[in-house]
Design a protein around this ligand. Structure first.
Ligand code: GLN
Length: 313
């Protein structure tokens, strides 16, 4: 689908989206993880990267922020390569919950099955599915997968990890609820800690675009030319992003943007046009669902101006 886009047209649209929404001050930084409340809310970056690695950018695209829930995409990638699509669907699920990302209610009403890998319970269960003989081994696989997608040696932001570890009682409770329902596959404390670490990894908007371009390119990182995930799993990841990537606001996102997407409470959003490109945005203030306000506005405008909506005929 779609006509070929020139990099010049993409750069013009990227610059314009940044200009148009730079002044928006709606939304608030996440504050249930104290360190995230301290990030400068005026930071705003956009990168649009083609599947061959050519890119356009505007604003603050090179400073680090916490990957948070966008990390769930890459742990899912690793789990698909480990236990296969049927294993993930049977043990985690592949449907939206219709509830907030940390809902206990959603877990309880479904007998402890998290329903999808992008709510916190499902993401912790996905961590537990990896084949590992120690916490270090589990962590190596997750960080290794994030690095393969980004094409560089990403690291944990220690201050984020400390802040999140000190305040993640709710996630620990979710892990124990999973465990009690026999839907967790490793030690609950270990799974929650590794999950907290994976959310604390620092990325730039540029890194996020490379990670998305790797998905757009069928699993081959356009920078390193290395395969990060088996090609057959890419459509499954994009399907999950399409259904649940922006939590209980995913329907609105699809209505307005029409692309697989994934947000994080650090302020990042990734959108992917399969076979073509990725849009990465970063702006910390969030709406009540936990999705970046300016990121959604910029993604919507770029999708419209560049004709990227997958549901358009
Ligand atoms: N680490 C965050 C949490 O577990 C991630 C949530 C998010 O980005 N939506 O609550």
């Amino acid at each position: 689908m779609g006509t070929a886009l020139t990099l010049t047209a993409i750069q013009a649209a990227t610059t314009e989206a940044h200009r148009a929404f730079q002044g928006v001050t709606d939304g608030q930084n996440a504050d249930y993880i104290p360190v995230l409340a301290k990030v400068d809310p005026s930071r705003f970056g956009i990168v649009v990267m083609l599947a061959d690695g050519k890119a356009a950018e505007a604003g603050d695209t090179r400073s680090l922020f916490a990957i948070e829930s966008i990390s769930k995409v890459f742990t899912l990638a690793r789990a698909l390569d480990t236990v296969g699509a049927d294993g993930v669907r049977q043990k985690i699920g592949d449907n939206p919950t219709g509830e907030s990302f940390s809902s206990v209610h959603a877990l309880v009403v479904h007998g402890g099955k998290p329903l999808n890998p992008f709510v916190n319970a499902g993401a912790i269960a996905t961590v537990s599915l990896l084949a590992a003989d120690s916490a270090a081994h589990r962590w190596e696989q997750i960080l290794g997968t994030q690095r393969a997608f980004a094409g560089r040696d990403l690291e944990v932001m220690d201050e984020v990890y400390r802040s999140e570890s000190a305040t993640n009682q709710h996630n620990r409770a979710l892990a124990w609820l999973l465990d009690s329902a026999h839907t967790l596959y490793s030690d609950p404390t270990e799974a929650t800690d590794v999950y907290t670490r994976q959310c604390s990894v620092g990325i730039t908007t540029w890194d996020l675009a490379v990670m998305g371009a790797t998905l757009a390119a069928g699993g081959i990182n356009p920078v390193t030319r290395q395969r990060a995930i088996r090609a057959e799993h890419v459509p499954r990841i994009l399907a999950e992003m399409t259904m649940s990537g922006l939590y209980d606001n995913t329907g609105t996102w699809q209505y307005e943007v029409g692309l697989p997407g994934k947000s994080g409470v650090g302020g990042g959003i990734l959108a992917v046009v399969p076979g073509r490109l990725a849009i990465a945005t970063f702006s910390p203030p969030l709406d009540r669902f936990g999705n970046s306000v300016r990121g959604q506005l910029a993604s919507r405008q770029l999708s419209a101006v560049l004709g990227l909506n997958l549901f358009a005929t």
